[in-house]
Design a binder for this molecule. Sequence first.
Ligand SMILES: [Fe+2]
Length: 273
Amino acid sequence: MTTTIVQLTDPHIREPGRLAYGRIDTAPFLRRAVDAVLRLPQAPDAVVMTGDLTDFGRPAEYEHLASLIAPLPMPVFLLPGNHDDREQLRRSFPQHRYFGTGRFLQYTAAVGELTLIALDTVMPSESHGVLCEERLAWLEQALDAHRGRPLVVAMHHPPFRTLIGHMDRIGLLAGAKALEAIVARHPNVQRVICGHLHRAIDVRFGGTIASTAPGPAHQVALDLAPDAASAWLLEPPCFRIHAWSEGCMVTHLAFVGEFDGPHPFHENGSLID
Ligand SMILES: [Fe+2]
């Protein structure tokens, strides 16, 4: 049996007709990503959206987001990013009962053979993230309660340096080292999956693999100079597929778009010459 979680992150949805950064209509990009998830040969068990669901956390933006993800028939797990409003997110998705009523928007959810643990890194009105002692203590308890199961920890701000200077300056500015120590004590954490970076980045972290994922619309420019300009571009949209099978987690990067193929490698049992 394979358990599959699709990670769709940072769609930055605006009110219908309004453009993100004055230039990108993010809604059709998310619609195409949702269509691509629906066309996967194997339907995923769940979709997790790791923050920056909207651009400004406004009610009309969440309403627009709800209509765009409505075609997804599997459970969809939402968590906030720095562009979101935690309380508005709760109000806009009352049917998402897994949010709970705690001070932070953190939760655990069973997905097939996996357990998803969502962490809230948001610091209201700030672009950077934090994991305070209260959030970390909750995580340690959640991890202890699921010692026997393979776990995926999901959060918006990645707990590692990305070498993209302007993004590291608004990264997880508190709690990353403590998180790494907690993860290291729980070897059943198979992945720490993050958003925020609008790029695919993989890092060794606390004995597991931590990663970020590209967005369904704009990506952050790849420039490792410490003083690189804060800029975006329309590189190909992607999402991640995290698949657990026979005791092993495999992560793929799936591109969204119209591509030539698939074409067969073989004909009548032979490689096509
Ligand atoms: Fe974002």
